[in-house]
Design a protein around this ligand. Structure first.
Ligand SMILES: [Zn+2]
Length: 139
């Protein structure tokens, strides 16, 4: 014998519970409007920076990838090892080139190639951060 289920409990439309007083859950507070989840105070060290587009090159075994300083997109050097080449080939989200800051402000003093920023974040934030983007290919 088939047990009858409590039909009205299933068919009753579930109303999406909305915040009653404009209170937005913490996770969503910074989405939309002028605030972007990628922004967390980078103005302190990246405002007015000079950026240059170049291929990412691994520095050493312990520094063989980088992340976009804003969205955390990954940069890898496919020429560093067969493992890296395979990772790049298998994961289209991995970038092999991007923008790096010339003379970037770091805890070690000014350094080139310390901060990396992906092309999308450069186009989204270059005006907000007053960046000068140098392109070797246009002269
Ligand atoms: Zn990015």
């Amino acid at each position: 014998m088939v047990q009858r289920r409590a039909v009205d409990a299933i068919d009753r439309p579930r109303r999406f519970q909305e915040p009653s007083d404009g209170c937005v859950p913490d996770d969503n507070r910074r989405v939309g409007g002028s605030q972007d989840w990628r922004l967390r105070g980078q103005e302190e060290y990246l405002d007015g920076a000079r950026l240059i587009k170049k291929p990412y090159r691994a520095v050493s075994e312990t520094s063989e990838h980088q992340h976009c300083e804003f969205c955390w997109a990954k940069f890898m050097d496919p020429g560093f090892s067969p493992v890296h080449a395979a990772a790049v080939a298998n994961d289209p989200s991995i970038l092999t080139a991007g923008y790096t800051v010339l003379g970037g402000r770091t805890i070690h003093g000014p350094q080139d190639d310390y901060w990396w920023i992906c092309p999308r974040c450069v186009s989204d934030f270059r005006e907000r951060f007053h960046w000068t983007v140098l392109d070797l290919h246009t002269s």
